[in-house]
Write a protein of this length. Sequence first.
Length: 364
Amino acid sequence: MTAAVFREPGVVVVEGRPVPAVGPGDLLIKVRAASVCGTDLRISRHGHFKIAPGQHRVLGHEVAGEIVATGGPIEGYATGDRVAVTPNVGCGRCGMCRRGLNNMCPDYEAFGVSLDGGFAEYLLVPAFAVQRGNVFHLPAGLPFAQAALAEPFSCCLRGVQAVGVGPQDDVLVVGAGPIGAFTVMLARLAGARRILVANRSRGRLDRIAGYGADTLIEVGDRDLVAAVLAQTGGRGVDVAITAASSPQVQADAVQLLATHGRVNFFAGLGARVDVGLDTNRVHYQGLTLTGTTGSSNADYAQALDLIGRRRVDLSTLVTRTFDLADIADAFAYAASGAGMKAGITVGRDALEATSELEQAGARA
């Protein structure tokens, strides 16, 4: 089979590999669609602490496909089933796992990190991941390309729910990329009174207006706090969600909140950085500061249900598709900020996904 393999920081190659052997309780999935995440880009450039030096790993964790083989009878799963896979597999024993928070497990495994991922023709889901609930059946009629987006969408769902967005809230999303777009859609679904989106450049701002944003703020060299206060009559916003990896944005988010405002630091900074937060303002204005990372299997189930019931439409989020052989071009496109999500397809599925993408573009 063909696979995109991380060999060392800066080196990802497309190579031939044997189709994984299916052991007892395992599932073998024919990958129909995948998409590129910022985490894939970071691993490709810098590696990951769970990938030892000299170890090779198939990347990709936003994936959907079809079961083509099972390691014996497995209750609830059969060949031909259309499925998607959540990436973080908890240990099943720790306090976090017992609370249903597999995304917070300190001893987790993850597809595309410690386990081979979905940038390949076939993905092997080991028995322990099946048993711990990481394989989900797709809603009827949901295209594979949209199903692959359920994972990042579920992470945004967790972030929006952490700050309790509701009908009385003015919500600011900082960052107009795919995460910003998912967050805007979810804030709109939660009934937010007004949604503002701030971004440094104009290109993605123009796109994100179509996902439910009310006010677009092109920051550029402008002061983010001053720009938001100007748009809100000096009041500030009730909720801020930082979908951009910037220490300054995190510090600013505290300054632009209204009294009893809430912020979710969604985007991490990658390395330990001291961020100067005005804790006196947190104290006297009664602010709530939260952070979320990843999503639990329960979050994913809820996200997949929303997508499957067409409560949100993700069909235009994949703005360009690439064959697996062109993974380098897909990574470059994802890093450029030229569009939204880069989709990955394998073989004949490239034609199917391209057709789907063209139909979505015609509807947009």
